[in-house]
Ligand binder design. Structure first.
Ligand code: ADP
Ligand code: MG
Length: 590
C-alpha cells in the first residue's frame, strides 16, 4: 500500500483514543476544564454509565463567543501562552486535546456564557463535525453534554464494561475531585438519583464526610507537613491505624491538586504504616503533595494520570514523613502528660526523645509537643539524635545496650510490656523482631554464611518489566542473600531458593516486594540495607499476633544483644521507656 496521509477524520479518531478511553475519561477532562475555569459549583449527570449521556455544568468563567468553535480545534488552548510555561504548568489542562477528542467520538453540545455578559453561545458537534452554532440564552458558566459515546466506533464501545461498572468509575472520579477541591460544590446524579453532593465550603473534612461518611472521618488524622528545605509539603488526611481497607483503592494522591496514580506514592504511604496494619490491609488516605511546578512533569501521559517527578526520592520521603508525623503525633502514648522540662533529675534525659515523642524522621518535635519531657526517653538515645533527616541509627552509638528485661505481658496483641530495674518498657513486637532479623541478615550476609533455603518445588513468578530490570541490576546481590532464580521465558522466573530467614508462605510475593522496595527505596538509602530490611519485614511477627511468654522472652533476649535495639531498620522506635523516677514522680511519691 502506498504511504498516504490519514484522512482528517480518521486521524482525529485515532488521537481521541489516547485521551478518551472510556466514559470516565470524558468526565475527567470536563471536570478539569471546569476547575481551570474557576468554577465554584460543578454538577455532573450521567445516564447509562456515561455511554448514553454525560453532562457537566459549571459556573466558571465561560468562553467568549468568537472562541467557542476554536476551542474544538486540536491543540487549541487558552492555558499555555508561552513555550516556557510547559516546564511549570499551573492548570490541569494544557494540551488542547480534550474537546476535539471527545467531539470526535460522540454527539456533543456546549453552551457557554461569560460571567459579565448577557447572552451566551452554543455549538453542536457530531462525530467531529460542526453541526450548528449561534448565540443562545444560558446561565453564566459552561455546560457540556456528551451523548452516544463511541457510537461511531462500535469496536471501542464493545470494550466498555457494563453501564454499572462504567458509572462506578465515574462516581469514584467525581468523589476524588470533590476531596481535592473542597471549595467547589460538586454534585453527581446517576440516572435520577443524586449520589454525591459536597457543600463546597472549603473544609476538606466536610467534603470527606460527604464522600466517605461521618464514621470514617472520625478516624482520620490530619496531615500537614512541610519540608523547610525543599519547600515540598504534604496536606490532607490519613486513616489512623485502626482504619484499614482490603485493597489499595482508598489511597488517593494529588500532586498540586491534580489526581494522579503512582506506584511510588502508594509505596511511600504503605511504608509509613509499616508494621502498624495487619497483613494484606491497606490505609485510607487523601493526600495532596504541593511541589514547585517545575519539579513535576505532567506532560508524560495523554490522560495526564501519571506524572514524572524531577526528584523521586524527595517526593517519596516527603509523603512518607508527612504521614509518619501524623501517625506518631496521634500515637496513644501522647495521652501521657509529659512533665515540664526542668523537673527531671539532674543528668536525666531531657532531650531524650528517642521514643514516640519525636518523629524519628525529623527534628520538629517541639512543634508537635510543646513540652517534650523525659517520658518516652531511652537511655543514651537522647542528645545524640541528629538534627535534620538522617535515619536515627546514624547517630546512635553501639554502647546503647538495653538492660535485662523481664516480660510482664502483651498488650493489644502488639506490644510487650517489660520491666527492668530502671522502670518499664513498652516494646513494639513487630519492630523489635524486625531489628533482630535485620541484624542477623546483615551479619550473615557479610560473613557469607549459607543463607539459602531450597524450595521443595520451585515457585513461578511473573514480574513486571520494571521488576525485571531491578532484578538484572541486583542479581548477584540477591543471590548473596539467598535468592536463587531462574529465567523462565519473557518476564517469568522460577524461584528455586529463598533466604533461610524468610518465613513467608509466599516466596514469589516476597521476591516481588523485595524488588519493588529496592527499586523505590534504593533511591534513598543503601540498597543493602533496604534488601535486609525488606526481608526482615517479611519474616517478622506482625502486630495482632499473640505471643507466648517464652516467645516474648526470647525476642527480648535477642533484642538486648542487637547493636541498635532502639529502632527498627526503618527508623521507627522499637520501644518506649517509662523511667522508674518518672513513674514515682507522676504518682507523687517523689
Ligand atoms: P485544555 O484544557 O487542554 O486547554 P480543552 O480541549 O480541554 O483543552 O479545552 C480547550 C479550551 O476551551 C480551554 O483552554 C479553555 O479555554 C476552553 N474551555 C473548555 N472548557 C471550558 C469550561 N468549562 N469553561 C471555560 N472554558 C473552557
Ligand atoms: Mg482541558
Amino acid at each position: 500500500m502506498p504511504i498516504r496521509q490519514l484522512p482528517h477524520e480518521l486521524a482525529g479518531q485515532i488521537a481521541a483514543g489516547e485521551v478518551v478511553e472510556r466514559p470516565v475519561s470524558v468526565v475527567k477532562e470536563l471536570l478539569e476544564n471546569s476547575i481551570d475555569a474557576g468554577a465554584t459549583r460543578i454538577s455532573v449527570e450521567i445516564r447509562g454509565g456515561g455511554i448514553e449521556k454525560i453532562s457537566v455544568a459549571d459556573d466558571g468563567a465561560g468562553i467568549p463567543p468568537d472562541e467557542v468553535v476554536l476551542a474544538f480545534q486540536r491543540h487549541a488552548t487558552s492555558k499555555l501562552d508561552h513555550p516556557g510555561l510547559l516546564d511549570a504548568i499551573p492548570t490541569l489542562g494544557f494540551r488542547g486535546e480534550a474537546l476535539p477528542s471527545i467531539a470526535a467520538v460522540s454527539q456533543m453540545t456546549m453552551t457557554t456564557r461569560q460571567q459579565d455578559t448577557d447572552v451566551g453561545y452554543g455549538v453542536e458537534m457530531a462525530w467531529g463535525k460542526l453541526m450548528g452554532e449561534g448565540s443562545q440564552g444560558c446561565p453564566p458558566g459552561t455546560t457540556v453534554q456528551v451523548g452516544d459515546l463511541f457510537g461511531n466506533l462500535p469496536a471501542r464501545r464493545n470494550f466498555l464494561r457494563s453501564p454499572t461498572a462504567e458509572g462506578g468509575r465515574i462516581g469514584d472520579l467525581v468523589a476524588r475531585y470533590a476531596l481535592a477541591y473542597p471549595q467547589i460544590a460538586f454534585s453527581l446524579k446517576v440516572g435520577d438519583r443524586t449520589t454525591l453532593s459536597t457543600p463546597g465550603d472549603g473544609r476538606q473534612a466536610n467534603a470527606m464526610v460527604a464522600v466517605y461518611g461521618a464514621d470514617v472521618v472520625t478516624n482520620l488524622l490530619e496531615v500537614s507537613w512541610e519540608d523547610p528545605d525543599s519547600g515540598y509539603s504534604v496536606e490532607g488526611f490519613t486513616g489512623n491505624p485502626s482504619l484499614h481497607r482490603a485493597n489499595r483503592t482508598y489511597m488517593t494522591f494529588f500532586v498540586n491538586r491534580r489526581w494522579i496514580q503512582s506506584r511510588m506514592l502508594t509505596f511511600a504511604l504503605e511504608e509509613a504504616y509499616h508494621g502498624l496494619l495487619p497483613e494484606k490491609r491497606y490505609p485510607l488516605a487523601v493526600l495532596n503533595l504541593v511541589l514547585p511546578y517545575e519539579d513535576v512533569d505532567v506532560n508524560s501521559h495523554p490522560g495526564k494520570r501519571e506524572v514524572r517527578f524531577r526528584q523521586d526520592g524527595k517526593v517519596y520521603s516527603a509523603l512518607q514523613r508527612g504521614v509518619r508525623d501524623a501517625l506518631l503525633a496521634h500515637s496513644p502514648v501522647r495521652s501521657v502528660q509529659s512533665p515540664p522540662i526542668g523537673r527531671g533529675p539532674v543528668g536525666s534525659y531531657e532531650a531524650g526523645v528517642g521514643g514516640f515523642f519525636r518523629s524519628p524522621f525529623d527534628g520538629r518535635t517541639s512543634q508537635t509537643f510543646s513540652t517534650p519531657g523525659d517520658w518516652g526517653s531511652v537511655p543514651g538515645s537522647g542528645q545524640s539524635h541528629p538534627e535534620g533527616y538522617g535515619p536515627p541509627e546514624a547517630a546512635l552509638t553501639p554502647q546503647q545496650t538495653l538492660p535485662v528485661l523481664r516480660v510482664v505481658g502483651q498488650v493489644r496483641l502488639t506490644y510487650i510490656v517489660a520491666e527492668s530495674p530502671d522502670g518499664m518498657y513498652l516494646v513494639d513486637q513487630h519492630a523489635a523482631h524486625e531489628r533482630v532479623l535485620f541484624d542477623r541478615i546483615v551479619r550473615e550476609a557479610s560473613q557469607r554464611e549459607s543463607l539459602s533455603q531450597p524450595l521443595l518445588a520451585p515457585v513461578h513468578v511473573e514480574l513486571t518489566t520494571g521488576q525485571v530490570s531491578t532484578l538484572a541490576e541486583q542479581r548477584e546481590f540477591l543471590s548473596d542473600y539467598g535468592f536463587e532464580l531462574e529465567e523462565f521465558g519473557g518476564t517469568a522466573y522460577l524461584v528455586r531458593s529463598v533466604p533461610a530467614v524468610l518465613t513467608t508462605r509466599d516466596p514469589g510475593k516476597a521476591l516481588v516486594d523485595v524488588l519493588d522496595m529496592v527499586a523505590f527505596e534504593g533511591l534513598l538509602k543503601e540498597r543493602e540495607d533496604v534488601l535486609a530490611a525488606s526481608l526482615a519485614c517479611h519474616s517478622a511477627i506482625r502486630a495482632g499476633q499473640s505471643m507466648t511468654e517464652p516467645e516474648m522472652r526470647a525476642l527480648l533476649e535477642q533484642l538486648e544483644v542487637t547493636d541498635n535495639p532502639h529502632t527498627c531498620p526503618h527508623g521507627r522506635p522499637t520501644l518506649i521507656h517509662f523511667s522508674a523516677y518518672n513513674m514515682e514522680r507522676e504518682f507523687g511519691r517523689r
